[in-house]
Design a protein around this ligand. Sequence first.
Ligand code: PMT
Length: 401
Amino acid sequence: MEQTLKGKHIVLGISGGIAAYKSAFLLRLFIKAGAEVQVVITPNGKEFITPATLAALSGKPVVSEFFAANTGEWHSHVDLGLWSDLMVIAPATASTIGKMANGIADNMLITTYLSAKSRVMVAPAMDLDMWAHPSTQRNIATLESYGVEIIMPASGELASHLVGKGRMEEPEIILKRVEEHFSRRESMKGKKILVTAGPTYENIDPVRFIGNYSSGKMGFSIAEEAAARGAEVTLVAGPVSLETKNPRITRIDVRSARQMLEAAVDAFKECDAAILSAAVADYAPESCSDTKLKRENTNGLTIKLVKNPDIAATLGERKGNKILVGFALETDHEHDNAMKKMKNKNLDMIVLNSLQNPLAGFNKDTNQVTVIKACGTEKAYSAKSKRDVARDILDEMESIN
Ligand code: PMT
């Protein structure tokens, strides 16, 4: 087997689910690929797989308790956190994910996670209803906002014999994600990237606005992925409820298209590339009332709308040899419309997503995109999590020279 992970230090966290038996195979794959692996297992994890098996495969004693049973020696989570080049938690149960999202440091695995300076990947495994529960989904979103990479569970038969989403991804696929992580890690180091995300709100009066359903999830995923590749990211975000904690992301919050234009034009001067995923309102009310418009004073209401500036086209005019990537959100004649937008806005690449697709578009956790490049190439991707879509988009962007 190729030594793709030679010299890499990996902390493999194992929590208490039936998928823990797959962790032995994953550990074996890491070792065969040349990595040095330290296993950290939760007390419940040991009910599913023995530390003896994992110690034999890794060639290192397994860490589980804060103090070693025989010597009373303290296991330092801080040292482990500093030692690791990557922490992979597989399987991650709903409980472990919840503790990670909320900083509940009651076992070695969570304290190591909280101390980790390296990238962290999580491969959830649980029953389908636990996976679908809003609390699990909220915790997953929180971890993503902390820059944790989620290796989404697969669908199939579960330990409960129910069929659905919740199976831990196969060890070979997790290995591939780990290899990709190390090969991409520094690929955008030294680059400055502008990302726009979310909707814009155009005020009608102090309580009303024209907006759209964009959640910002697509743009925030792109920003996180670019930062994970070493880029310094300026994220210009419309009104969204998402968080960013990544020190490589500088976030500028705006509300209207005009504010987004101003922030984007300013940031673009220093940037090497821009990815414009924001859903910018094309029109805004000609004027905004200072006081709340009263129902009693009118028989009906006509609001005159004026065209907003086109941010993508404005950056397109001043792009020089910078790379400019836009999105096209379409409901019909998708391909033709995307091609027109790419040409009219002087883009190097356009990411087409269609509202006809139930797995794509506004406020979904998934997207399904076709990437079209000005040089004439085109690739349709399957539906994936927005973070995985972000990865595909950046791979495509990085291949433009
Ligand atoms: O935020 P999410 O809920 O995750 O949803 C993601 C998304 C659906 C918003 C995203 O994937 C997406 O498609 N973003 C672009 C939405 C859009 O406004 O598309 P458009 O086809 O109208 O615009 C084309 C391009 O021009 C886009 O890059 C847009 O950012 C840009 N534009 C549009 C109008 C305008 N006045 N200025 C612009 O810069």
